[in-house]
Ligand binder design. Structure first.
Ligand SMILES: Cc1cc2nc3c(=O)[nH]c(=O)nc-3n(C[C@H](O)[C@H](O)[C@H](O)COP(=O)(O)OP(=O)(O)OC[C@H]3O[C@@H](n4cnc5c(N)ncnc54)[C@H](O)[C@@H]3O)c2cc1C
Length: 369
């Protein structure tokens, strides 16, 4: 069975890795560099803290567990951090924090409410504001360094025989009747396959459209800053009322806030770092004083690859034999799990029951060709 994968982010490489280990003949085409698009900007926070409905919550919990399994499989997995997540709110919203914790616990998802003193035993360099009495701790959550994970998955795929092409943009899918039979690259090269899997993230709709398939997408912008190495030790993901941050290697910290997500356009200049970057850092310094005076090393902006109804789209496309879609937001959390489940379906026709509500049939439409 020959499979072509369009896109080399976390989803495409997770699928390539699992398909190759299932002995499929795999060829992956990535328009740029591996893990260089949304996967390079995603925060890599592995979580299911606010994901509804219940089926989607469960899928994400299993996605988190899959990261731990994958790390054990690789043996050496420096990209994976079972570090937990801390969250506090402004004092007037403490009741909401408690109610949210209660709801998650009723779903079997552990959440502890910690005193600031206890938080400082876990994260000694954090300064929790004096008026905060409770901090939610989500011990199952963690972090992944996605670009490194993408590299590891692609490497393993190649070891198992997959051909990985970078700087190789797919211009269109090849259609024979209703069947998708391969791809044409921008240089005119054609490559045939039994199945073409679109894992092109935010651009999946554009690729699908070349096969007459409409995939509604609702991408939104995200903007992060990255500090230089700071004299602090931080291991957890941290959510505060006005900024979120995580460790980013060797004392570096990545920080962002929803408020400034769309302050910088996708093609906006990032060097020098836009002013909002300094505002984000100033907010982080309040809670992590060791960041004071540490320069911002860089900033990144990307579109989130969000399907139109905000849920994963995973499966064969009805009416288009040979075409498979693997597109989701929260791909940092879900990538390894969805890659494995998609590989089982493509290679063996086994559809996992956890995907029942996430098939393409619910959302894709046909476009006049
Ligand atoms: C600011 C931000 C924060 C986020 N935080 C989190 C988080 O904390 N936790 C979490 O789970 N998720 C998070 N996400 C989401 C997560 O990062 C994404 O869901 C995930 O990275 C998407 O991976 P992907 O492989 O689908 O897409 P991408 O990484 O974008 O990969 C798709 C690839 O397809 C390639 N491509 C496109 N068109 C073509 C073509 N025609 N031919 C060949 N290749 C093509 C692109 O070049 C790209 O490399 C965040 C996203 C953003 C933007």
């Amino acid at each position: 069975m020959k499979a072509i994968i369009v896109g080399g982010g976390i989803l495409g490489t997770a699928l390539a890795c699992r398909l190759a280990t299932e002995r499929a003949d795999v060829e992956l085409f990535e328009a740029g560099r591996l893990g260089g698009a949304t996967s390079a900007v995603g925060a890599g926070w592995l979580n299911s803290g606010g994901k509804e409905p219940f089926e989607y919550h469960v899928l994400n919990v299993h996605g988190m567990a899959e990261h731990a399994t994958l790390a054990r499989e690789f043996g050496h997995a420096p990209w994976y951090h079972a570090s937990g997540n801390l969250r506090w709110t402004t004092p007037d919203r403490t009741d909401e924090l408690r109610a949210h914790a209660e709801r998650l616990r009723s779903w079997g998802y552990p959440v502890e409410l910690l005193s600031p003193k206890r938080v400082n035993e876990i994260e000694p360099y954090l300064r929790v504001p004096d008026d905060v009495t409770q901090v939610a701790h989500y011990p199952w959550e963690g972090l992944a360094d996605l670009t490194q994970l993408v590299g590891a998955l692609a490497h393993r795929a190649a070891v198992h025989g997959a051909k990985i092409h970078t700087n190789a943009r797919v211009a269109s899918l090849i259609i024979d009747g209703d069947r998708i039979t391969g791809v044409t690259l921008v240089d005119g090269t054609t490559v045939s396959a039994d199945v073409v899997a679109i894992c092109a993230g935010r651009w999946s709709d554009e690729v699908a459209r070349t096969a007459g398939v409409e995939l509604p997408m609702a991408p939104s912008l995200g903007f992060n800053i990255y500090t230089g190495p700071a004299p602090v030790v931080l291991t957890s993901m941290v959510h505060t009322p006005d900024v979120n941050f995580r460790p980013d290697g060797a004392g570096r910290v990545m920080a962002r806030t929803k408020e400034f997500d769309s302050a910088v356009p996708i093609d906006g200049a990032l060097d020098p770092v836009p002013d909002v970057g300094r505002e984000i850092l100033a907010r982080a310094v309040k809670y992590l004083p060791g960041l004071a005076g540490v320069p911002i090393e860089g900033a990144r902006v990307a579109y989130r690859s969000i399907p139109g109804d905000d849920r994963p789209v995973v499966g064969h496309v009805p009416g288009r034999p040979g075409l498979y879609l693997l597109v989701t937001h929260s791909g940092g959390t879900l990538g390894p799990l969805l890659g494995r489940l998609a590989a089982l379906e493509i290679a063996h026709g086994e559809r996992d029951s956890r995907l029942a509500r996430f098939g393409p049939g619910r959302i894709v439409g046909e476009r006049a060709r």
